[in-house]
Every structure is written in C-alpha cells, then in structure tokens.
Ligand binder design. Structure first.
Ligand SMILES: Cc1cc2nc3c(=O)[nH]c(=O)nc-3n(C[C@H](O)[C@H](O)[C@H](O)COP(=O)(O)OP(=O)(O)OC[C@H]3O[C@@H](n4cnc5c(N)ncnc54)[C@H](O)[C@@H]3O)c2cc1C
Length: 419
C-alpha cells in the first residue's frame, strides 16, 4: 500500500512539493484552512507575484539558480498569455558602482513580475493540474491546530493518521508552528530577528530610471546606529495596502500588470537582532505594530509626510504626493510616537544618503506609512525527525515564493530519493 503523506497548507512550498512528488507512489492529502481555491487567504500567491532568481536574497538556504529559473518558468507557464514584466537588479555595472560608492550593498537578481491580477488564474491552473492526479486529494476548510507524533505515525488534530507530515503553513500558520514547537522544543535551532520599518511612497518620476532599468532595486545599508537597513518589495506604479494579522494591522504594497497608479512604493526596513535575555522577536515586533494601531485606530496604519517623519511633527495635510492606500485605512499622524528612536534614525539616514544618488527621494511631501514588519520564523531543524518536516517560510529557511517553492521541491526530491 502507498505511504500516506499529509501536507498542511497549500501555498508556494506545497506547490513545489506536490509538483515533484505527484507522479510517485504516495497517497497525498493537502489540508488547507481557506474555504476553497478561490478564497483570498491562500496567502503566498495572493498578491503581486514578483518572482526572482538570486543567490543573495529569498532565504537562508542555497538554491541552485537553475532550479530557481525552472520554477519561475513553471509559474509563468501557468499564466494565460505568458506575459510578465522583467527586470535585472544591479547587473548594470554603472548603477552597481554608483550605489556601492555611497556605502550601499547592491543585491543582484533577475525579476519576473506576474502581477496581482494574473495570480488567481495561475493558482487555479496549478490546482486544476494537481487535481488530475488520482493520488492527490485536497481538503479545504481544514485548519490543523496540532499534530501528535509517534515513532511510526503522526496524528493530525482532525483525527487522521499519516506516515509522514509536511508542514507548509507559511507565516500565517504561526499558531500551528508555535503549538508544535511547544510540544517538540528540540525542533528550534534559531530565533533572533525581526525587520521593522516603513512603506515609502514617491511619485513614479522620482525613481523612473531605476524602475525602468531594474523593476526592483534591492540595496542594503549599514547605518550609523549599527542596524542594517534594506529596501524590500518595490512596486512601480503600484498600490499601498494594509495587511491584517490576527491582532494588529501592518502595511504592504503590490502592483498590478494592467491597472497602474502614478506612484512607486517600497519598504525600508531595519533588521533588529535581539540577544539574551530577549528571545521573542515576533512579540517585540507585534507590540510596536499594536502601538501604531493604538494611535491610528483599530485596523488602520499611520501616514505621515517625510519632513514630518524626520522632524517628529504630526502630519495634518498632504501636498503633492497623494496616497494610493484607501482613505479609510490610514490616519494622518506621527510615527515617532510608536517607533523606537534607533529605528527612526536608521531609516532617516538611509533616505538621506539615497537622496544623493536619487534626487527627490527625500522630498518633504513624500509619504511614509507604518508599521511595516517582516517576521522571521524560528529556524527549524528538519533533521530531527524523519516523519515530520517543515518547508517554506514556516521553516525559517525561506522568505519568497521561489525559495519556498524550491524548498518544497527539494524536500520531495529528498523523500523520493530515499525510496
Ligand atoms: C502580501 C504579500 C505579498 C507578497 N509578495 C511576494 C512577491 O511578490 N514575491 C515573493 O517572492 N514573495 C512574496 N511574498 C512572500 C511569499 O508570499 C512567501 O514567501 C511564500 O508564499 C511562502 O510560501 P509558503 O508556502 O511557505 O507559505 P504560504 O504561501 O503563505 O502558504 C501557506 C498556506 O498555509 C495555509 N495555512 C496556514 N495555517 C494553516 C493551518 N493551521 N492549517 C491549514 N492550512 C494553513 C495558508 O492559508 C496558506 O494557504 C508576499 C507575501 C505577502 C503576505
């Protein structure tokens, strides 16, 4: 009889895993908490869909660039028209040198942007393909809350028993991972950092040259405070959106393939590494987010102009740059009341130095939204147990669609290779 494998969560990592294992002799059951495939809570491939090939970003593991490109092509092959926007971050020597000279560390990568509007169809097309395999079974509306492990088998919270369980719940599944870690603490190998900062919005023309050349410009900068600051998720002609966690709201951004705005938004994040006695970076980030929500009102984020952000004054009016975030989702305020000084200083220094290369970036009426947070999951040890594995963002090893997909793919290779 074929061995039974459960995959918890149907996101990017699960897709890579199923794609590689679907033709092998396993009985595969996918448990997804969203109510169906159309439901928007399938988070990984829900918004933006910027796929990239890089060995310098995307996760804390090595993924062969050839496999990364193969997976990019796989996703593109599931679009209707094979139409994507493309860019190359810092492969142009002129830009590389210009940023390097000012103290930035440019990150090289190739980008392929599918766009929020095409993503649902991509996910649906992949799902339809998997459904054709008789050994692949989907169970929606099934939130798994804990797993019970013995030497031979694993029992899920819904009572079903499997030979092997692959946890692929991404960041939104942190409750399940927390539960598993508290039952099996030996799985945790590292837990130290959180990225905290803002989403910045400027008129397209300010960053036109960079957008055209690279689509996404990725840079890191060591500020005088000692914090490493970085750009993340640049959205030319994009939109700022809010993101709701269970008990707080943060800001994010995305871009569509067709429906364009006149602004570009990107995140500027400071990496905060906590050392003993603190061991709860997620808790630290959540409290700062909650403090921002407390000032803005429930479910809202703070919006401020750059000059007020810099001079710690509450913003009461906007000038030339108008927000792409819906008016009901923000309050004009002062982020200084919620963010620690060291983070503020690091971000301001970053913007001021960037302005020397990209004039207009530090214009007083550019828009600052907060809080933007990127949590790092605990790094989990996949060598501890043979029948309980973690893939994608919940494992702490990945932070992107392609890395998560690759992690799933490589885990399936490992499992099928052991046969
Ligand atoms: C708004 C947004 C935009 C992003 N844009 C990009 C981008 O453009 N490019 C990029 O490379 N990365 C992007 N990312 C990051 C990327 O989505 C993740 O790195 C990637 O999806 C991780 O894949 P995953 O399979 O680990 O998790 P996910 O893709 O998040 O999938 C996890 C799945 O598990 C389900 N789940 C959670 N808990 C349970 C449970 N207890 N029981 C059952 N099911 C559960 C969830 O509903 C979800 O469907 C974005 C993330 C967000 C939030």
């Amino acid at each position: 009889m074929s061995k039974k494998i459960a995959i918890i969560g149907f996101g990017a990592a699960a897709i890579g895993f199923i794609e590689k294992i679907k033709e092998h002799d396993f009985d595969i059951h996918v448990f997804e908490k969203s109510k169906d495939i159309y439901s928007s809570s399938i988070s990984g491939i829900r918004a933006d869909g910027k796929l990239f090939v890089s060995t310098e970003m995307g996760g804390d593991m090595y993924v062969n660039p050839e496999l990364q490109k193969k997976l990019v092509d796989y996703y593109i092959s599931h679009t209707d028209s094979n139409t994507v926007e493309k860019g190359h971050s810092f492969t142009n020597e002129k830009f590389y040198r210009q940023f390097y000279a000012r103290g930035f560390q440019p990150i090289t990568a190739d980008f392929y942007h599918i766009g929020t509007d095409q993503l649902k169809d991509v996910l649906y097309s992949i799902f339809e393909n998997f459904k054709k395999y008789k050994n692949v079974h989907f169970h929606f509306n099934q939130e798994i809350t804990h797993v019970d492990k013995s030497e031979e088998q694993i029992k899920l919270s819904n009572g079903e028993v499997f030979d092997k369980v692959v946890i692929a719940v991404g960041r939104s599944g942190h409750k399940l991972v927390k539960q598993i870690i508290s039952d099996y603490p030996e799985l945790v190998s590292d837990n130290t950092q959180v990225d905290l900062g803002i989403r910045y919005e400027v008129p397209d023309h300010v960053v036109d040259e960079l957008n055209k050349e690279m689509y996404e410009f990725k840079i890191r900068y060591k500020s005088k405070t000692g914090y490493m600051v970085r750009t993340f998720c640049n959205n030319p002609s994009g939109y700022v959106v809010t993101e709701n966690y269970e008990d707080f709201t943060t800001v994010n951004g995305h871009a569509k393939l067709k429906d364009k705005s006149k602004n570009t938004n990107f995140a500027i994040l400071a990496t905060i590494k906590l050392t003993e006695p603190f061991n709860d970076p997620i808790g630290y980030g959540s409290y700062i987010a909650k403090m921002s929500n407390l000032l803005a009102g429930e479910g809202k984020v703070i919006l401020q102009t750059y000059s007020h952000f810099k001079n710690s004054k509450r913003t009461k009016n906007l000038y030339r740059v108008l927000p792409t975030l819906d008016e009901s989702k923000y309050i004009l305020g002062d982020i200084n009341l919620a963010f620690p000084r060291r983070i503020m200083e690091s971000i301001i220094e970053f913007i001021e130095v960037l302005n020397e290369i990209v004039p207009g970036i530090a214009d007083p009426d550019n828009l600052v939204y907060a809080p933007e947070i990127k949590f790092y999951s605990n790094a989990l040890d996949n060598n501890k147990y043979d029948n309980l594995k973690f893939i994608g963002d919940c494992s702490g090893a990945t932070r992107s669609i392609i890395y998560a997909t690759a992690h799933g793919y490589m885990m399936a290779e490992e499992i099928t290779g052991k046969l």
